[in-house]
Design a protein around this ligand. Structure first.
Ligand SMILES: C[S@@+](CC[C@H](N)C(=O)[O-])C[C@H]1O[C@@H](n2cnc3c(N)ncnc32)[C@H](O)[C@@H]1O
Length: 166
């Protein structure tokens, strides 16, 4: 059975996965409109995993989680429309929110270096934005200006960045 055939939506009221041919070409589409700053979903389904992979997200240094949800299909964009916020010490407050207005039918994207310090699977970005950085390897390879011009960045990434400077 293919991934598509065995797919069971985790948030059928919020998202739909658009399965596209090619490696890692699928994407997550919003079924609703959101205002900038609006919370879209909590991240309560996550589980911690020991190693970073293409389908994990970093919530702290050496701290990787699996979403266990459709959110794994959110692609990177250098001009993203959502943000994953791991800034609270209380994990029940971790959430994903709209970083700019989102219309029903828009693909959902976030800026991967906002959570990924050093990515397990770097790639050449196809986001098509005028602000595109090209190669996406994680925050470790970005300058302060590059890091600060693509929306929200998780505080622990800034902490790593400052440590690297010193
Ligand atoms: C967690 S997956 C996202 C869902 C993925 N598109 C899929 O079909 O499974 C992350 C992978 O998607 C691909 N990807 C995500 N955003 C991309 C982008 N802007 N340009 C090119 N590839 C991207 C990369 O291969 C990346 O390692």
């Amino acid at each position: 059975m293919s991934v598509q055939e065995s797919y069971v939506p985790t948030h059928p009221d919020l998202f739909i996965v658009e399965f596209l041919p090619g490696d890692f070409a699928s994407r997550l589409i919003s079924l609703k409109s959101f205002e900038a700053g609006e919370t879209i979903a909590d991240l309560s389904r996550f589980t911690r995993v020991p190693h970073a992979a293409y389908d994990t997200i970093q919530c702290g240094p050496g701290d990787n989680i699996k979403y266990n949800s459709d959110l794994v299909y959110v692609n990177h964009s250098c001009e993203p429309n959502i943000a994953f916020d791991f800034s609270s010490k209380d994990t029940s407050r971790w959430h994903v929110r709209a970083s700019r207005p989102i219309k029903q039918g828009d693909p959902l994207t976030y800026f991967y270096p906002s959570t990924e310090w050093n990515m397990a699977q770097p790639f050449d970005c196809l986001c098509g934005s005028a602000k595109c950085l090209g190669r996406v390897e994680g925050a470790v390879s970005l300058s302060a200006a590059e890091l600060s011009s693509h929306g929200f960045i998780n505080p622990w990434i800034w902490t790593q960045f400052e440590a690297k400077q010193n």
